[in-house]
Write a protein that binds this ligand. Structure first.
Ligand code: GUN
Length: 166
């Protein structure tokens, strides 16, 4: 279903999510790829800074707004380890970015975190297309989803706070 190059971008997202986990941040990572296949930007979650909006998908949307024309944005793809949350889906939609490919869905995350006894997020886990109708969205990617699940298990057991409202 996905080409080897696309799988490479998705594996990079999992690598970035692993880096985030190892730095005490939530395990999420994302890559922005231009229409010609060039990797333009990448980031990982940085919420341990105390700013819980520091999701990689939000950072990439703002990078795209600063650095890409509207045409370049709509032809670009964002690969990501976890489906965008509603905040990041809205940012993606507002700046007019194109296709999204995610490894694991928000629904999967909700059920994994429930199994791990993690309190529910303060933000509703709406699917991307409930926020940005008509966007081309693909996922989950089952061959990588178990790795992402394992990162969330490790984060839950690391004792780092998640979903804190403070
Ligand atoms: N996709 C995604 N969902 C999140 N939920 C909490 N943090 C994040 C994040 O950085 N990315």
């Amino acid at each position: 279903m996905f080409s080897e190059v696309e799988m490479k971008h998705l594996r990079r997202c999992v690598e970035l999510a692993t880096e985030a986990l190892e730095a005490g941040d939530e395990p999420f990572g994302s890559v922005l790829v231009g229409a010609d296949g060039t990797v333009l930007a990448e980031d990982r979650n940085r919420v341990a800074s105390g700013d819980r909006t520091r999701h990689p998908e939000f950072e990439l949307a703002r990078w795209a707004a600063r650095n890409m024309s509207p045409g370049e944005r709509s032809a670009a793809t964002v690969f990501t380890s976890g489906e965008h949350c509603p905040m990041c889906a809205a940012a993606h939609g507002w700046v007019g970015l194109g296709r999204i490919v995610y490894v694991s869905s928000s629904q999967q995350l909700v059920s994994w975190l429930a199994e791990l006894g993690v309190p529910a997020s303060p933000v509703s886990p709406l699917p991307i297309r409930a926020v940005v109708p008509g966007l081309l969205v693909e996922g989950p990617v089952p061959v990588l989803a178990d790795q992402v699940r394992e990162l969330h298990r490790r984060f839950a057991q690391s004792g780092h706070p998640r979903h804190s409202r403070s």
